[in-house]
Each structure stands twice: as C-alpha cells, then as structure tokens.
Design a protein around this ligand. Structure first.
Ligand code: PXP
Length: 244
C-alpha cells in the first residue's frame, strides 16, 4: 500500500486573511481535496490565528469525511481547543510567532516532564497524538517514552538540500529514522517541504504511513485546480509504491 496523503490547507486561509474576505474558504478547499482523493486534511490553527480560524476548524470537523489532523503548539490553551474539537489526530509542533512556517521538530528530550501532562490530556480524550520531530534517534525515543502513537519526521533538510549528494545523505537519515520509529512501535509519518519532484523517493520508504503536504499542492492548485493538484500528488504516492 502506498502511504496516505493528508493535505494541509492553511495556505487557502492565508490568502483569505490577506484581505479579510469570506473567500477562498478552506472548507470548500477540503471538499475539493476529498474529491481529489485526499486521505486526510490538516490545518494548523496558530496561536495568533493568522490563517486558520476557529470557525474553519469546527466546520471541518463537522463536515469532513476523512480524518482531520490539527497541527498545534503544545500549550494549555491549544489543548483546551483541541479537546473541544476532538480531531482524529493532533500533531504537536513548536511555534514561533515570526516564522513563516514550522522551522524544526518539537524538542522533546529533557522536556518530558513538562510535556507529559498536556499530551496525556489529549491521549485521555482518545485523540491520536503525533509529534513533529527532527530525524534524531534520541528525540524519537523520547517521543515514544511519552506514550504518543506517531512521529512525523521532519523532511525539511532533505527537501532543502542543494546538491544531489546532500539530498541522498538526508534521504538516508529519513530512511533510518522512519525504520527506527517503526521498530519502536511508532507510526512513522513524514512532512515538510515535499513537492511533486521530491516526494516519490520519500514515499517509497516502507515504514512511511502518511505524507503531510501543503504548500506545493496549494501552489500547484493555482494553475490546475485543487482537485487535480491533489490527484497528481496521489499519483506520485502510487508511483512510489511501484518502486518496491
Ligand atoms: N507537517 C508539519 C508538521 C508542518 O508544520 C507543515 C507546514 O505547515 C507541513 C507538514 C507541510 O509542509 P509544507 O507546507 O512544506 O508541505
């Protein structure tokens, strides 16, 4: 089976908030993602609500027919919000106000005692918890010790590699870390910076369960429409499976 695809639709809300209009509506985007074959939809309500609004999240939860993932900072206020929404999954990310997008994985090692009570509240509510994490053994092992189900390995360094040798090196790190996570009993997802040219290799890794992609799909949709953009990424994932 090829990995599943969860489409991050934040950038639709970014466009809407740039003019404070009612359009384009991320809820409409989610419908088109489903028609294109998305296996899931992801949104990241940021603490400053710069793009996705609470209203988007509640309507998505009520109307989506595929799993909804909330990317979120691990703060008491965001945990309260997630418990109101009850998404399929929460992916915990670090959040800095000035950043354009999430810049690194959540640092877990050495902070377990601080993170545990908030994570436990999500787990107790029956929400799948994933941690967005750098491709490092000690961080992944620390995530597992917190009782989460999943880690999403940060593919940014692979995606940003300038030279083929560097990309190959980063790819091997992602490969090893997806296997390491899987051997610890964790589901291994991947995400960040993945586009139509660099995803096939990553998605061919047997341990990868879900691919989380946003910017490239929404960008491609500007030219070909969202349903087709999602379908084309699904085709990339299917091709990756033929590589085995
Ligand atoms: N996974 C996580 C945890 C992210 O924070 C993001 C960015 O919102 C993505 C995946 C998607 O990254 P991109 O937009 O580069 O595809």
């Amino acid at each position: 089976m090829p990995p599943k695809l969860s489409v991050n639709i934040d950038h639709v809300a970014t466009l809407r908030q740039s003019r404070n209009t009612l359009y384009p509506d991320p809820v409409h985007a989610a419908v088109l993602c489903q028609l294109g074959g998305a296996d899931g939809v992801t949104v990241h309500p940021r603490e400053d609500r710069r793009h996705i609004q609470d209203r988007d999240v509640f309507i998505l939860k009520q109307t989506l027919q595929v799993p909804l993932t909330l990317e979120m900072a691990l703060t008491p206020a965001m945990v309260d919000f997630a418990l109101q929404v009850k998404p399929f999954a929460c992916t915990l990310v670090p959040e800095a106000r000035e950043e354009k997008t999430t810049e690194s994985g959540l640092m877990v090692k050495g902070r377990e005692e601080k993170l545990q009570p908030l994570i436990q509240r999500l787990l107790d509510a029956g929400i799948f918890v994933s941690i967005f994490i750098d491709a490092l053994e000690d961080q992944i092992a620390a995530a597992q010790s917190l009782g989460v189900h999943t880690v999403e390995i940060h593919t940014g360094p692979y995606a940003l590699a300038q030279k083929p040798a560097e990309a190959q090196r980063e790819f091997q790190i992602v490969r090893k870390m997806t296997e390491f996570a899987s051997n610890l009993g964790l589901t291994a997802n991947v995400g960040h910076g993945l586009h139509y040219q660099n995803t096939e290799l990553i998605a061919s890794l047997p341990a990868v369960a879900w691919v989380h992609t946003g910017h490239s799909i929404i960008s491609h949709a500007v030219f070909v429409g969202l349903e087709r953009a999602v379908r084309e990424m699904k085709e990339v994932l299917s091709r990756s499976h033929l590589m085995h």
